[in-house]
Design a protein around this ligand. Sequence first.
Ligand SMILES: *Cc1c(COP(=O)(O)O)cnc(C)c1O
Length: 397
Amino acid sequence: MDMKQYIEDAEQALLHTYNRYQIVLDKGEDVYLYDLEGKKYLDFCAGIAVFALGYHNDKYNDALKAQIDKVIHTSNYYYNVPAIEAAKKLKKVSGMDRVFFTNSGAEAVEGAIKAARKYAYLKDGCTDHEIIAMEHSFHGRTMGALSVTGNPKYREAFEPMIGNIRFAKLNDFDSVLENVTDKTCAILFETVQGEGGIYPADESFMRQVKALCEEKDILLILDEIQCGMGRTGYMFAWQKYGVKPDIMVAAKALGCGVPVGAFLMTEKTAQHSLTSGDHGTTYGGNPLAAAAINIVLDLFEENHIIDNVKEMGVYLEKTLDKLVAEYDCVVARRGAGLMQGLAFNRPVGEIINKALDKGLLLVSAGTDVIRFVPPLIIRKDNIDDMAAILRACLAEF
Ligand SMILES: *Cc1c(COP(=O)(O)O)cnc(C)c1O
């Protein structure tokens, strides 16, 4: 069957929740993906900041194959070695104390919300606590995660949301203060906003929010689903300023393609929140998923992934800054490490389509921003190739 036929079949069989690009991807190698016709694409999307280690990584693949031959799934009623090892490693790299494994980012956010509500409930026995989230945030598509997502477009048709959510502005501490009440149980934000247009939280905002949380016994929840796992040059983006959350959520690159997520908390939070019977999952942290987390964390260390991000992040910034200087339609660059955004003075859909034709996969963040979230093993020549293709696209305007 040819690619066009597959796409027609897809349009008949799949629910129409995505405007997909008109290619069927078939296989990957290093930082490249190939479609069914064998066309090669340089991948600056990485499955939306997921495939950090590059495609067809032998060690990663072998670890998964070995686990498949042992056992794929048991149940959280029993212990399994991969999950124990993964939790220990994740504690070590995050400095957090306790881990709950989920199957996705949204589920990790759900768990964080439940933990925060339980924490507040144990203090006063009330069930009217509030969470402050940020405008332009993105936390996932399930009802709880959607309720804290600061984009009315995603929420509108699905009202009512879970109650008692207020929205403040990232990097505007006064807007947080305006929303704090004696019912506030948590303040939640992405350390670097992804979907909303690549906006890093700044140091003073993080410190001020942290101090407020400590003063009022409010939990700080940081969403590191996209910006975590080395992407900004730190294992988790908050580590740059040392502003440690009470609860942290991770996913995306955590499993490098195997669907996993996690919410983690400090011991103090854990002692006063979710307990036996409060939360559960059939698949979360099953042996196969946990084997993925283990090999990902091993390979991050073995391959010095974060060192590469630090070096290539600087090079990517320089490369993108040149584009800002050269083209009137490119108005700004923002980001950290290998999580960068180029803001345009127009919608970027057409540019992304042209790039696809020329063999470069890009993804937007909102309508006017191109987001650059390549595999973390990217090299200078890949960045040069990306810039050359992007220039060719921009020249056609
Ligand atoms: C992708 C993402 C989510 C949702 O993760 P899913 O695995 O798609 O449910 C939540 N928060 C942030 C910051 C994300 O980038």
